[in-house]
Write a protein of this length. Structure first.
Length: 634
């Protein structure tokens, strides 16, 4: 990957141009740096109209050879994974590349012994403990397709996902810790499996020592099986296009989509983007706070960092336990150099006193990252000022489960950052903005629907079992292009800013209003902690705006009428009077997905007084706020 490492803005532009002019040569050069059993016959074959893409055609490899084995000679004793437990009193574990090799080989042997073969689907429903990383990599080693389901999902959500991909096995644990809660994971699995005939066996890791029931002939404790297998295991020879994993996206409507990622392109892309965006160096300690149940964890806790021989932190807990200083305590303790988290976490922490931050020594930090949703200006500055001490570039990384890896982002130390902007496409990524008539919008200072017009190696290849849906969802709105579902603006120098999902645009009296900038304006009011704006039908204006607003504790005591007036004043000043709120409701929380995305679909229904069919709210992080919001709706 050394060839196209970016170390300055000038170099970025050079590398980027090359990647567009000769994408095949560009990616083949990068791919040279990996271990292949056999190299490709062709770099790329594609027909985007048909949603068909192949990278590194006929190449053979195993991704775990690249993430583990090849590091052993030079980095065998280097820490691959630092496991930081939920409870700060419990010692952290430093798992070296040698340890990881042994643990993955053993796990791979257990899976084989249990009858798992190449191509079989294995559902992994585990908390953020080392067994999760090991299970994922063990599947990859033997060519089984892992389907990790976030261990905060309900039994219903779990069984839907197991059924959809007809998994043969579930790997779970007796329980999981999350802050001061203990979650009965095995109980949830038992309930889910009442409805999953494809499952033949369940392996159970021990974490909480919770009393659980084991079903005879189906369930087994993992540890005794591991104790009885060899610590070497031959890696399966995989085709570059063999499936590596399925990951379900939270999709706001309809059935969850099982995005399928394949092996070769995904490996090359996640490794290259990790190295460049975060500028990882050999002695660095990198920490991404996501859960491995999300794409961010797949690509940037495990595969990308490990392919680079990095030290990656795996954190079991939550930012608020045992107190709001936990993130910073962990940064200090492990001397974290790159820290990658989500705006929702930043906003929650920014609500607390900065004493939680200043209490710890954060001087090890070099790069800060953001992912998952647009980062509002206020959160960006808080992150920059208080965490980065104005010395760490913030890489605002825009990408999706479907894209497999980061697409738009500053490259640390090269790309000048700009608050709320994901800035420029990474090398190899060709974004375009499209108008409603399906024309590409040229030039700068424009807004449109964000599409990608050329394939990149980590793109999802299909939706498991439903290629037609894949094609319809992503390749039909703008034929021949991948449609992201997001809107974006391109500023005067060509920087991109994601304005939110395209369906978050509300047309009020004929004006297109993105809800994100309005929320930004509102969030600048000192009494406001967070807000969500949706449209609802209005007799005269077509649509009007409904604001759901969470106040900071200090704001609670203030006169609500004055606040309403002031907030509208802020909107007027920042966006214009057209964007004023028709209705405003103060709420204690917003319905969010487990990955921290506001479920606007639900808010839209409430705002439209159509609460008859809210869909499945059980997978929300906080389903209880929904009834509170409905009760007090205006
Ligand atoms: C990686 C991940 C994808 C959607 C995406 C967009 C939003 C993610 C963002 C961002 C603005 C960023 N999103 N990163 N919006 N700025 N830096 O989050 O994948 O869970 O599939 O979500 O998240 O709307 O389309 P996923």
């Amino acid at each position: 990957m050394g060839v196209y490492e970016v170390k300055s803005l000038e170099q970025y532009f050079k590398v980027y141009k090359r990647s567009v002019r000769e994408p095949r040569k560009f990616w083949s050069k990068i791919a040279e740096d990996f271990v292949w059993y056999k190299k490709w016959d062709q770099i790329l074959e594609y027909r985007l109209e048909e949603a068909e893409v192949k990278w590194f055609v006929n190449a053979k490899l195993n991704i775990t050879k690249n993430c583990i084995d090849r590091h052993l000679a030079k980095r065998g004793d280097k820490t691959a994974i630092i496991f930081e437990p939920n409870n700060p009193e419990e010692p952290a574990q430093h798992i070296t590349y040698n340890d990881l090799y042994e643990r993955v080989c053993k796990m791979a042997n257990v899976l084989r012994e249990q009858g798992i073969e190449k191509g079989d689907r294995v559902c992994i429903y585990l908390p953020m403990i080392p067994e999760l990383a090991v299970a994922v990599l063990a599947c990859a080693r033997i060519g089984a397709i892992h389907s990790v389901v976030f261990a905060g999902f309900s039994s219903k959500a779990l069984s839907t996902r197991i059924q959809d991909s007809e998994c043969k096995m579930v790997i779970t644990s007796d329980g999981g810790y999350r802050g001061n809660k203990t979650i009965d994971l095995k109980g949830i699995v038992d309930e889910a499996l009442e409805d999953c005939p494809s499952i033949q066996s369940v392996l159970v890791a021990k974490r909480t020592n919770t009393e659980i029931s084991m079903k005879e002939g189906r369930d087994q404790w993992l540890q005794p099986l591991l104790d009885n297998v060899s610590n070497v295991s031959v890696a399966e020879v995989m085709d570059a296009e063999d499936p590596l994993f399925i990951l379900y996206t939270s999709g706001s409507t309809g059935r969850p989509k099982g995005m399928l990622h394949t092996t070769g392109g995904y490996m090359v892309y996640t490794a290259y983007t990790f190295k460049n965006v975060f500028q990882y160096e050999e002695k660095d300690v990198y920490w991404c706070t996501a859960d491995i149940g999300w794409i961010t964890g797949h690509s940037y806790i495990l595969y990308g960092p490990l392919a680079n021989g990095a030290t990656t932190v795996m954190f079991e807990g939550v930012p608020s336990y045992p107190d709001y200083g936990r993130f910073w305590e962990v940064v200090d303790k492990h001397k974290v150099t790159q820290f990658y988290t989500a705006p929702t976490a930043i906003r929650a922490l920014a609500k607390q006193s900065t004493d939680w931050v200043t209490k710890y020594d954060l001087s090890s930090l070099k790069v800060l990252g953001s992912v998952g949703e647009p980062i509002n200006e206020e959160a960006w500055h808080w992150y920059n000022d208080h965490v980065g001490n104005k010395k760490c570039p913030i890489v605002d990384t825009w990408w999706q489960t479907e894209t497999g890896g980061i697409m738009l982002s500053p490259i640390a130390f090269s790309t000048p950052t700009k608050p709320t902007y994901a800035t420029l496409p990474l090398p190899g990524v060709q974004p375009v903005l499209m108008d409603d008539k399906r024309n590409e919008i040229e030039g700068n200072q424009v807004v449109g629907s964000l599409c990608i017009k050329f394939p990149w190696p980590a793109m999802a290849r299909t939706i498991w079992g439903d290629h037609r849906r894949y094609k319809e969802t992503y390749f039909s709105a703008f034929p021949g292009k991948y449609f992201t579902g997001d809107g974006a603006l391109r500023d005067e120098v060509g920087y991109y800013r994601i304005t939110g999902r395209v369906d978050d645009v509300v047309i009020v009296s004929g004006h297109n209003l993105g809800t994100a900038p309005i929320e930004d304006a509102i969030n600048e009011h000192p009494a406001v902690a967070e807000s969500a704006i949706v449209g609802f039908p209005h007799e005269i204006k077509g649509n009007a705006l409904y604001g759901f607003i969470i106040l900071k504790e200090t704001g609670e005591a203030r006169n609500r009428e004055n606040l309403t007036r002031e907030i509208n004043q802020y909107i007027s000043e920042h966006i214009g009077p057209i964007a004023k709120l028709e209705k405003l409701q103060f709420v204690s929380g917003l319905p969010k997905t487990r990955s921290g995305k506001i479920m606007r679909r639900i808010l839209r229904k409430i705002a439209s007084k159509d609460t008859s069919n809210l869909g499945d709210t059980s997978t929300l992080l906080n389903p209880e706020v929904v009834s509170e919001i409905i009760e007090n709706a205006v």
